[in-house]
Ligand binder design. Sequence first.
Ligand code: G4P
Length: 289
Amino acid sequence: KPIQWFPGHMSKTRRLIKENLKKVDVVVEILDARAPESSRNPIIDELTGDKPRLVVLNKSDLADPIVTGQWMDYFASPEQHRLPVEVSSKSGQNLGSIAKGCRTLCEGAKWLSRRPVRAMIVGIPNVGKSTVINALAGRKKAAVGNKPGLTRDMQRLEVSPNLQIYDTPGILWPKFEDQAIGYKLALLGSIKDTILVLDEITTKGLEYMAVHYPDRIKDRYSLETLPDDTMELIEEIGRRRGCLMSGGVIDYEKAINLFLLDLRQGKLGRFSLETPGEERSFFSETIRE
Ligand code: G4P
């Protein structure tokens, strides 16, 4: 069920997370590696204060490795006790870096030799919080759903002799202020109940891919050149993939939906939607007045 976030939910969530954070040593913030800035809620900075934080760039199997490397540099901040790791919780790749990173963040603490590090996982919906918890716990433990906030009686799961995590993650709301963020999250399939016009967002996504990863579009849809005009490009894709209506007319909607599915399923290869320190997002340009 999609969440409807409203101010009541937000303040309750904020309160519960803040309360539960007192009981842990480390905050594990899960982000989507394809759009780390758009998939993070800065409220977490306020909530965690100076508690050590592991920033997990999850779904790195889907993201552009070069761009992910840039985000790793961007998030690394020993002064702020912040350490980034990149993982793919679905395949389990580099999952060990979570327990290792949590310990690194607590180095020097007196208790470290006596008990495991306690950590809590937080993030907006769909970044992969439950997948991370399940992968770490090694069993189907977290049936998390997408309800705002979290329950009070959370269990601590033993991940290893070195790490314990709560079985329930803190679910933050996505940032709503900036429409570019909404577009990116919608493209990634993270906002499912979008009131935004998905066709137009997808068209913008196609333009983005054609500019940043032109060869992927060419390869996937067997095109020798990419037409400058987006509608023509959609038409070409439709023609190649047999998206036709009666009378041989190209079915634009079908073609654009096919592209969206390909994008989300990683059929266009690994891509990222943003880089650190961007002045202005490609997705900030208004889609249509
Ligand atoms: P959440 O708790 O933060 O809301 O996210 P959740 O774990 O439910 O993950 C959301 C979707 O992202 C799931 O896909 C999940 O499989 C996928 N996912 C999580 N981590 C990774 C990863 O590292 N790599 C890839 N490629 N995908 C990941 P879904 O389509 O909703 O479910 P399913 O069809 O995979 O079961």
